[in-house]
Design a protein around this ligand. Structure first.
Ligand SMILES: Cc1cc2nc3c(=O)[nH]c(=O)nc-3n(C[C@H](O)[C@H](O)[C@H](O)COP(=O)(O)O)c2cc1C
Length: 189
């Protein structure tokens, strides 16, 4: 069976990053279930290139390639730190440049890290509506972790690990849909 192309977008502007660690844990859980090819779009790396223009046609090649890879994913994993009660500005900038119909029917795992539990609903109130706009298939279980779920940059929380396992199972199920729903969504696009 062919591999699923998993594209991971991490919204942290710098490394090391708990968000990056969380995203890797999600990818690892998916990779335990199915064969995957993984491509990371890291704003910590491409941020300056991505931020250099509001217009896709004027972006440096590295940023254009990153956006094109997001658009061609079989499965997306998106993860951002909470900044000022939302995802980071560069994370939104990237998705402002993604084609309106490019993600229709694409399964998306939603993840975020924050300083406390107070902004855990970023998953439901900000990330999920953004991907609903794209008519993507957001995975029901979102993954949110706080600084207390890590020791340094190691994820140590068992409840967060359980949510990762649940999200991975759902993501794999959604990435092999019957086809009817995805075809319908792409036909509308
Ligand atoms: C500029 C800035 C704004 C932040 N705003 C929030 C916030 O509104 N709510 C919150 O819970 N944490 C906030 N934090 C904390 C980060 O979300 C948290 O430390 C996160 O895990 C950092 O992820 P990283 O290690 O991937 O950079 C903020 C941190 C920074 C640097």
């Amino acid at each position: 069976m062919s591999s699923i192309r998993v594209v991971v977008v991490t919204g942290n502007p710098a490394l090391p990053s708990r968000t990056r660690v969380l995203a890797q844990a999600i990818v690892d859980a998916i990779g335990k279930r199915v064969s995957i090819d993984t491509y990371f779009v890291e704003l910590a790396t491409i941020g300056p290139a991505l931020g250099s223009s509001h217009f896709r046609k004027r972006l440096p090649v590295v940023a254009e390639e990153a956006i094109a890879s997001v658009e061609s994913a079989d499965l997306l994993v998106v993860a951002s730190p909470v900044y000022r009660a939302s995802y980071t500005g560069l994370f939104k900038h990237l998705f402002d440049l993604v084609g309106l119909d490019a993600l229709a029917g694409t399964p998306v795992v939603l993840a975020a890290t924050g300083g406390s539990e107070r902004h855990a609903l970023i998953i439901e109130h900000q990330l999920r509506p953004l991907f609903s706009f794209f008519r993507a298939l957001t995975v029901p279980t979102g993954v949110y972790a706080t600084e207390g779920d890590f020791e340094g940059y190691e994820l140590v929380s068992q409840p967060v690990r359980e949510r990762i396992e649940a999200a991975a199972t759902e993501a794999v199920t959604l990435s092999r849909p019957s086809g009817a729903l995805v075809e319908r969504l792409r036909a509308i696009a």
